[in-house]
Design a protein. Structure first.
Length: 194
């Protein structure tokens, strides 16, 4: 006869990404990434993806989430508990770097600029691909971030969305087990073709 699973066994079965201790550690790593724009920060290991770690850490039942390409499983959506929303109204928007969004995420307002969306974007990898030369708060002189697997049209859209500071969106780029953050305050310069 099978004995019922204990709470720790249930957590192990669904993965470390859902454990509070894991999410607290991930939150500290995400804050490091936000503090140092363009710095690649390890966020996950093993079978976990950085994208799911970001989602499990930042998104909960108080949040509205847009997943226009339907990349999350029903189980993950249920665990997150976030309210489904359109790209235009969601606090968090999941995106694939190789496919441009067909709508504009919410940009906040002058009274509440913090209500601009956070775009969590899956890219192929860091350290190869197009070089982004970053300046702005949190960057001493210039930070170079190489990103692979992103349509260059994303940079034009980001520039448009963030052109009326403090309105705009923040980007969290995720690849396999790593993350890099581009807050709306970060300026991007392209040297050569992009």
């Amino acid at each position: 006869m099978n004995e019922p699973m204990t709470l720790p066994e249930k957590h192990a079965e669904i993965g470390a990404v859902w454990k509070p201790s894991h999410q607290q550690s991930a939150f500290r790593q995400l804050m490091t990434a936000f503090s140092y724009p363009g710095r690649v920060v390890p966020l996950a290991s093993g079978a976990e993806s950085a994208r799911m770690v970001v989602m499990a850490t930042l998104v909960d039942s108080a949040c509205a989430l847009a997943d226009p390409q339907r990349t999350l499983s029903q189980d993950d959506l249920r665990r997150l508990g976030a309210r489904p929303a359109s790209v235009e109204t969601a606090e968090f928007v999941l995106a694939d770097g190789q496919h441009l969004l067909q709508a504009t995420p919410r940009l906040g307002s002058l009274e509440n600029p913090e209500q601009g969306a956070t775009v969590v974007m899956r890219v192929t990898g860091f350290g190869v691909g197009a070089g982004l030369y970053l300046t702005g708060p949190g960057i001493q002189r210039e930070q170079v971030l190489q990103v692979e697997g992103i349509d260059p049209g994303w940079w034009d859209r980001r520039s448009d969305w963030n052109s009326h500071f403090p309105l705009g969106v923040d980007f969290i780029l995720v690849a396999a087990h790593e993350v890099a953050v581009l807050p709306r305050t970060t300026r991007i310069l392209f040297k050569g073709a992009h």
